[in-house]
Design a protein around this ligand. Structure first.
Ligand code: COA
Length: 175
């Protein structure tokens, strides 16, 4: 099954509803994408509204989506966020990396990261940064796509009382 990637898809209520559905499903399947507990679509919609407000053409962040080529179903997405600070404008923060739980483990996550890297290179960026929740093994997933760990704040993410996770910074150098 192949995916079709689109950067800066046309925004609108239909797309936002699709994203809310994917984000909710990926979160509730154990994803580390802004929540530490089971979420309702309503909670995700509220978080999504804030996020969408920063995405082009409304803001400087860029959205990369992947649809199943055959069906058009939204399969995966990530954000390439601007720091909104000139001295940091030569790189972007990759965030909200998610693949629909039904479609995980088939290489789509790696393909999504590869497309983000290709896009960043066409923009002439020097690097891509990630903030990763420790304790899920995600570091090795990103390492396979060329990211290296450059920092780690121990226990910075309190998932639950007595369950603190590291906040891991990873970097893909494009220079
Ligand atoms: C992380 C994620 C994007 C990977 O997408 P994917 O399509 O499953 O990735 P791929 O098929 O390209 O790669 C799968 C490999 O990544 C690793 N991997 C994927 N998700 C993982 C996870 N949550 N924890 C640890 N390793 C993971 C596995 O080792 C797997 O390797 P295997 O096939 O040898 O078992 C996807 O699991 C996801 O959407 N997770 C929920 C959201 C999330 O937590 N995002 C990370 C934000 S930092």
């Amino acid at each position: 099954m192949t995916l079709t990637f689109t950067i800066d898809p046309a925004p609108g209520p239909g797309l936002h509803a699709e994203i809310t559905g994917l984000w909710t499903a990926a979160s509730n399947a154990g994803g580390a994408i802004g929540f530490v507990h089971r979420v309702t679509e309503e909670e995700v919609r509220a978080a999504g509204e804030k996020q969408f407000a920063g995405i082009a053409p409304a803001g400087p962040d860029r959205l990369l989506i992947a649809r199943e080529t055959a069906t058009g179903r939204l399969a995966a997405l990530l954000l390439m966020e601007s720091m909104r600070f000139g001295p940091m404008d030569h790189w972007r923060l990759v965030s909200k990396v998610m693949v629909h739980p039904d479609l995980q483990g088939r290489g789509h996550g790696a393909a999504l990261l590869a497309e983000a890297e290709r896009t960043a290179r066409t923009w002439g960026l020097d690097g891509l940064k990630l903030q990763v929740r420790g304790g899920l093994g995600l570091e090795s997933f990103y390492a396979r796509s060329g990211y290296t760990e450059v920092g780690r704040v121990p226990g910075a993410i309190r998932v639950a009382p007595g369950d603190d996770r590291d906040d891991v910074t990873m970097w893909l150098d494009l220079r």
